[in-house]
Design a protein around this ligand. Structure first.
Ligand SMILES: *Cc1c(COP(=O)(O)O)cnc(C)c1O
Length: 391
């Protein structure tokens, strides 16, 4: 097959199986209110901006001040000349916030995961991952060259069985702390106990937990009262509840020094703009105010109780977090429902394989502290209507 044939074959196949993906162009954005390319106004239930910080004026002001101070770009990688006092301050503040000795910034969460896992394990080692882990973690495990095994979702017995095989090398257990397409929380205490029993390390990706769970939004580890001793490698992203962009890994000083030497996506990428680090410092302060989290949690409870009353049972997945998926099953039906909702003025993404397992296509509804009750009511009205017309 030539490249041209291969490309055409792939595109046709995806169209036919309702797996074709396309970005939507947003023309204007004001909190959860989006204006689309054609001028239509819709309410977004699709972003990961859980606290509504992405549009916060204080963060925008810090960003602008940062540009006045530092310019628009950092100019080089951290180990060359790109590491500013703003990056350094943000790393220290993140470490302090999370109760870890150090934190290390990466330009994206994908790169943080790739860099960290591939630096920690290689040939002769083992990586165990929850079957539903984020793609960046799974890719990292494969790239590392370690023996890569996926255990059944949230099944610590399956993990324990796999761990009991003897090994020469080191063992890393990796999990999403909050599963990005399901919204459920990993049993970190059980995973940490398994890790301890087998002299393994546990790494948690808390992209959807930091800012959402735990006192002051300190995340899933704080939610369970777990420290660095239980979860030595803690990864978080800045593009979700923080409302900016980038990511970090937090851990003890030796781990961070090791990553600085060995994590290739840290070493060989331009540092994020210093202005972005300044913006994120302001975001970190705002994120600790529990008032926004309180509203988010009220919205989650309100949405769940309304769904329980108005939607078919079994459709609402069991999630205590801001990610509230509705299980649809069929790809084409999920797409049709999403299109119907868009027509009614709501942006809700249809998530299909390969992002989720075959036969579990879903509408991934995400809630934010900036959603109003009336908007949630109207979404559920529209959902009930869409389900009637797409049986
Ligand atoms: C979003 C996400 C990432 C990737 O983070 P980016 O900064 O967007 O690259 C990694 N892990 C999980 C669980 C995520 O949800």
């Amino acid at each position: 097959m030539s490249f041209r044939e291969r490309i055409r074959h792939e595109l046709t196949g995806r169209r036919e199986s309702a797996m074709y993906r396309q970005p939507l162009t947003v023309r204007a954005l004001d909190g959860v209110n989006l204006t689309l390319k054609d001028g239509r106004q819709v309410i977004g239930f699709a972003s990961n901006d859980y606290l509504g910080l992405a549009g916060h004026p204080d963060i925008a002001a810090a960003f602008k001040r940062g540009i006045d101070t530092w310019g628009s770009g950092s100019g080089a990688a951290h180990l060359v000349s790109g590491h500013s006092a703003a990056h350094q301050a943000l790393e220290e503040e993140l470490a302090d916030f999370l109760g870890r000795e150090r934190a290390l910034l990466f330009s994206t969460g994908y790169m943080a995961n790739l860099g960290t896992i591939a630096a920690l394990v290689g040939q002769g080692d083992r990586v165990f991952q929850d079957r539903l882990n984020h793609a960046s973690l799974l890719d990292a495990g494969l790239l590392s060259g370690a023996r890569h095994q996926r255990y059944a979702h949230a099944d610590s017995d399956d993990l324990a069985r796999r761990l009991s095989a003897t090994t020469e090398g080191e063992t890393l257990i990796v999990t999403d702390a909050v599963f990005s397409m399901d919204g459920d929380i990993a049993s970190l205490p059980k995973l940490a106990a398994s890790a301890k029993r087998h002299q393994a390390w546990l790494m948690a990706d808390d992209a959807h937990g930091i800012g959402v769970l735990g006192p002051q939004g300190r995340g899933s580890c704080a939610h369970f009262g777990l420290s660095a001793e239980h979860v030595p490698v803690l990864m978080g992203t800045l593009g979700k509840a923080f409302g900016t962009a980038g990511a970090f890994v937090a851990g003890d000083a030796d781990l961070i020094e090791y990553l600085i030497q060995r994590a290739r996506p840290y070493i060989y990428t331009t540092a994020m703009p210093a202005a972005l680090a300044e913006a994120t410092r302001t975001s970190l302060t705002l994120l600790q105010d529990d008032a926004r989290r309180q509203i988010l949690n009220e919205n989650i409870a309100y949405f769940r109780s309304a769904c329980a009353q108005r939607l078919p049972s079994g459709m609402l997945m069991k999630s205590p977090t801001a990610i509230q998926p509705l299980l649809i099953g069929d790809n084409a039906r999920a797409l049709a429902l999403s299109a119907h909702l868009l027509g009614s003025g709501f942006l809700v993404t249809a998530i299909r394989p390969p992002t989720v397992p075959e036969g579990t296509a879903r509408l991934r509804i995400t809630l934010s502290a900036t959603h109003q009750r009336a908007q949630i009511d109207r979404l559920i009205d529209a959902l009930a209507g869409a389900l009637k017309s797409n049986p």
